[in-house]
Design a binder for this molecule. Structure first.
Ligand code: CP
Ligand code: NVA
Length: 300
């Protein structure tokens, strides 16, 4: 494993080994016995979109491992003024030990890895959000003990989260069902792969997707970069909400997860969100541990 660009590049063993290390790092942090696994290592953190969790968990994570993180906003970088990613990659490779990038096009992340000579981590693109899903898998295992026999239901847009969750769920042996309106399905190639490699369902029916689910996941109807489609999407996604009547169809002990930020009253109701706040904020915390594990794997 040289980079973390998307989960489909990882084997099931890669994923489990990251999760195991994440559990270990969480334990060491809680008990105050963490070592400087990445002493003196420098991570560049490039952001072309807003972020709360990804930014803070990467900055704190590299600091806790004994390294140093540089927050690089595209507003200030030459990349924001059109300097090619091929050149940015080669320049940053001379200064840094690793790069995390949050951007729009998946191709930009792939190119950064291709032209640079240091590990690249995808901190979210329009296509994928692998760091989030590693933290999600870690959280599911904490709550449920294992992935065996679990059904994950995703209610909402077939976006970056849906793409990465599909891959993460199928690779760890869960079944995956998404309910979304027509025209808002996940990536076609990912769906095809999921059907061939596990149990996958894409339906327009929330009831069908959520029935007997162990894990119920949702995300915003309009992602970053889709602000102009917000009204149109609010109409298209009406009814695609995680609410109390829908939760009645899931297993009684079903978890509810959200990558955050959440839009209460849209994809999730306030009461369901607050009833599952423990899971949701453990999930947010686990970004820190999961990403520390990824950085140690790639940079050590
Ligand atoms: N879930 C997530 O990636 O949050 P941020 O956009 O705040 O980083
Ligand atoms: N789908 C959302 C996820 C945010 C973490 C977005 O891309 O904006």
């Amino acid at each position: 494993m040289k980079h973390l660009l998307k989960l489909s590049d990882l084997t099931r063993e890669d994923i489990l080994s990251i999760l195991n290390l994440a559990d270990q790092l969480k334990f060491e942090r809680v008990n105050g016995v963490q070592k400087d696994y990445l002493k003196g290592k420098k991570m560049g953190l490039i952001f072309q979109k807003a972020s709360t969790r990804t930014r803070v968990s990467f900055e704190v994570g590299i600091y806790e491992l004994g390294g140093y993180g540089l927050f690089l906003s595209s507003n200030d970088l030459q990349i924001g003024r059109g300097e090619p990613v091929q050149d940015t990659a080669r320049v940053l490779s001379r200064y840094l030990d690793g790069i995390m990038i949050r951007t729009f096009e998946q191709q930009e992340v792939e190119d950064l890895a291709k032209y640079g000579s240091i590990p690249v981590i995808n901190g979210l693109t329009d296509y994928a959000h692998p760091c989030q899903v590693l933290a999600d898998l870690m959280t599911i295992r904490e709550y449920k003990g294992s992935f065996k026999g679990l059904k994950m239901a995703f209610i909402g847009d077939g976006n970056n989260m849906a793409n990465s969750l599909t891959v993460g769920a199928i690779k760890t042996g869960m079944s995956f069902a998404i309910a979304c309106p027509e025209g808002y399905e996940p990536d076609a190639k990912i769906m095809e792969w999921a059907r061939e490699n596990g149990e996958f369902l894409c339906t327009t029916s929330v009831e069908e997707a959520i029935r007997d689910a162990d894990v119920v996941y949702t995300d915003v109807w309009a992602s970053m970069g889709q602000e102009s489609e917000r009204l149109k999407r609010a109409q298209a996604f009406e009814g695609y909400q995680v609410n109390a009547p829908a939760m009645k169809l899931a297993k009684p002990d079903a978890m509810v997860m959200h990558c955050l930020p959440a839009h209460r009253g849209e994809e999730i109701t306030e009461d369901v969100f607050e009833a599952h706040a423990n899971e949701i904020f453990d999930e947010a915390e686990n970004r820190l541990h999961a990403q520390k594990a990824v950085m140690v794997k790639l940079l050590k």
